[in-house]
Write a protein that binds this ligand. Structure first.
Ligand SMILES: *[C@@H]1O[C@H](CO)[C@@H](O)[C@H](O)[C@H]1NC(C)=O
Ligand SMILES: *[C@@H]1O[C@H](CO)[C@@H](O)[C@H](O)[C@H]1NC(C)=O
Ligand SMILES: *[C@@H]1O[C@H](CO)[C@@H](O)[C@H](O)[C@H]1NC(C)=O
Ligand SMILES: *[C@@H]1O[C@H](CO)[C@@H](O)[C@H](O)[C@H]1NC(C)=O
Ligand SMILES: *[C@@H]1O[C@H](CO)[C@@H](O)[C@H](O)[C@H]1NC(C)=O
Ligand SMILES: *[C@@H]1O[C@H](CO)[C@@H](O)[C@H](O)[C@H]1NC(C)=O
Ligand SMILES: *[C@@H]1O[C@H](CO)[C@@H](O)[C@H](O)[C@H]1NC(C)=O
Ligand SMILES: [Cu+2]
Length: 551
């Protein structure tokens, strides 16, 4: 009832303040050869032969039609990151999960009903396409208006293509950690060193949206001499939380409010700091600082500001959602242990509960739709699809355990989850132990400290910690949960929730055009993960064998 009222209210608000529109965006997905940074000439994937891809702006209540024309020589698909796709799982764009790719030369229109507030992004979700450049922010404007708004979208950019990096990282013959490759930072599509100024007028309040679209690296953002008030994490508004800076994991978003000083005698700097995850912290090398001007007045002197003694960063457990939603109850707890391991084939791969993900022979959603009652049998999606079937409307608590040496930004499709607590995780020596990990594993258990927990779609699980998240299975579909470091995705840190296949079968159908795409690509649309009928899983390759490291 409360929800209905809120929904009604927002419809009225919208009717009063804006006009729900049909927004059409045309994307020719293309390869180009380009050098984005001065020493990284390579092929990349972009839109309409230009880069950066212009951010997409819509207003709450709009319908966005994203017309994707595939001009590559391989299939592609795109994903609206953070959009819940409630009732339209087939539009989620996860390659070989909710669709066969759009074949070369074909077009497909993704329809997004813009019913969520906040900051999102749209990116390729087929093979290497996100990593090689296919990504841009999706900004939803709503009734909240400030004196001004700035957007920062942050990326890391490498000399090597995704496939080269994956080969170096996984082997065979890999040494761990792999040789350091330090990327460039891109700030709003241009090299970090060239970060553009932003302009403040005295006394005004600005909303700054931050989107980390990096494929591997962490960013921190702060403004010297100014406090930030966090008001949004991913797509959820929260009680304003005053901090000195925000630390943004790959795929996460924040909005912060900044109130300008009451005089304009001085200019300041904003800081964007990029931390490379695979390289030890070393002054001058890692992290790297980039600065841009916060200009109050042209030629005003730059104010020297001493850093706060104790720099306060935004933390999930301190954020309190404006939804007012208390912690959800728990019907079932699912433990997921994240990690990496050497395998007998000579590769280093990533795992969740010892399984390294590999794509099934047909999209998991289409299996769930066509298997009838067998859709509840998790094995039938294929051993490496790592499917867990959820019952309609059950309440879940997932414990994300990270006993290894790197943090992982874990993203779920089709949901936001509450971040309720964090605690120490027993360290596993599999790929080396770091100081940070040891330190983290000594920190005590912490619960959320706000009025209520925050919900978001991507959470960073630090090394040597576990994080508990909660959500309700109220969105039937096949939804991925995966690490958003693309290399880790490629190495197999991915699994699938098959949510309420019975309800799914009653309510959703494969769009005809998508079925045609599968036919064109010789991919079945009925059957199990092997593309066969019934219990026959022949044709799937055997999962590689882990090598046990003596401890
Ligand atoms: C996409 O490519 C087609 C065919 O080359 C061209 O006619 C069309 O104008 C392009 N669209 C955009 C938005 O660039
Ligand atoms: C901001 O950048 C300056 C100059 O690089 C640096 O000294 C300072 O520590 C940075 N502050 C933060 C919070 O990163
Ligand atoms: C977050 O909560 C912790 C524990 O209550 C506290 O130490 C820290 O200062 C808080 N941070 C912010 C930004 O409020
Ligand atoms: C993973 O495999 C190891 C042995 O290699 C075993 O000790 C552990 O319990 C397994 N973990 C899970 C979550 O199945
Ligand atoms: C965290 O919450 C759990 C469950 O509500 C409770 O059992 C535990 O004592 C709390 N721990 C801390 C450190 O607050
Ligand atoms: C999806 O829509 C149903 C029906 O309106 C609603 O009950 C459910 O909470 C929604 N789920 C999500 C994840 O938005
Ligand atoms: C589920 O499928 C597997 C794989 O074919 C089969 O071995 C198993 O018997 C099935 N389980 C049930 C309960 O049908
Ligand atoms: Cu990861």
């Amino acid at each position: 009832m409360r929800f209905l009222l809120a929904a009604l209210l927002s419809v009225l608000l919208l009717a009063g303040s804006a006009w729900a529109a049909h927004v059409n965006v045309y994307w020719n997905v293309t390869y180009i050869e380009a050098d984005r940074t001065g020493d990284t000439h390579r092929r990349l994937i972009t839109v309409n032969n230009a880069y950066p891809i212009p951010p997409i702006h819509v207003t709450l209540g709009d319908t966005l039609y994203l017309h994707v024309h595939n001009m590559l020589d391989e299939p592609t698909s795109v994903h609206g990151h953070g959009l819940l796709m409630n009732g339209t799982n087939f539009m989620d764009g996860a390659g070989m999960v909710t669709q066969c790719g759009i074949p070369p030369g074909e077009s497909f229109t993704y329809k997004y009903d813009i019913i969520q507030r906040g900051t999102f992004w749209i990116h390729g979700h087929y093979n290497h396409h996100n990593s090689d450049g296919l990504r841009t922010p999706l900004i939803v404007h709503d009734e909240r208006q400030y004196d001004g708004e700035y957007l920062f979208f942050l990326e890391d950019w490498y000399k090597q293509s995704y496939h080269e990096r994956l080969r170096i990282t996984t082997g065979p013959g890999t040494v761990f950690p792999p040789p350091p490759t330090f990327p460039h930072a891109l700030i709003n599509g241009v090299k970090g060193e060239l970060a553009k100024p932003i302009h403040f007028k005295k006394g005004k309040t600005y909303r700054i949206r931050l989107v980390n679209m990096a494929i591997t690296e962490w960013f921190k953002f702060s403004i010297t001499g100014h406090k930030l008030r966090v008001i949004e994490a991913d797509s959820e508004y929260c009680d304003p939380l005053e901090v000195d800076g925000v630390d943004i994991g790959p795929a996460q978003r924040y909005s912060v409010l900044v109130t300008a000083h009451s005089d304009d005698q001085f200019n300041f700097n904003y800081n964007v700091t990029m931390y490379a995850s695979f390289i030890p912290v070393k002054p001058g090398l890692n992290p790297r600082h980039y600065q841009g001007l916060v200009e109050y007045k042209k030629y005003a002197p730059l104010k020297k500001v001493a850093e706060p003694k104790r720099f306060v960063w935004a933390e999930d457990l301190n954020l309190s959602s404006l939804s007012g939603q208390k912690p959800l109850p728990v019907d079932r707890q699912i433990d997921l242990t994240l990690g990496g391991s050497p395998f007998a084939n000579g590769q280093v791969l990533d795992i969740i509960n010892n399984v390294t993900y590999a794509e099934p022979k047909m999209p998991t959603l289409y299996s769930a739709l066509s298997l009838g009652k067998l859709a509840f049998n998790e094995s039938l999606y294929g051993p490496q699809t790592h499917a867990i079937v959820l019952n309609h409307l059950e309440y879940l608590e997932v414990v994300l355990r990270n006993p290894n040496s790197l943090p992982h930004p874990i993203h779920i499709h089709g949901h936001v989850f509450q971040v309720v607590s964090s605690g120490p995780e027993e360290i596993s020596p599999s790929l080396g132990v770091t100081e940070v990990e040891v330190q983290n594993s000594k920190e005590p258990v912490r619960n959320y400290t706000g009025r209520v927990p925050i919900s978001r779609d991507t959470v960073v699980v630090p090394s040597g910690r576990y994080i508990k998240i909660r959500f309700r299975a109220d969105n039937p579909g096949a939804w991925l949960l995966h690490c958003h470091m693309d290399i880790h995705m490629g190495m197999g840190m991915v699994m699938t929730f098959v949510e309420a296949p019975d309800v799914l079968q009653e309510t959703q159908r494969i769009p005809r055009q998508m079925a045609d795409f599968c036919r064109k690509l010789n991919i079945p649309i009925k059957g199990n993960g092997a593309g066969n009928q019934g219990f026959d899983l022949s044709g799937l390759s055997q999962p590689p064998k882990k090598v046990e490291i003596p401890s």
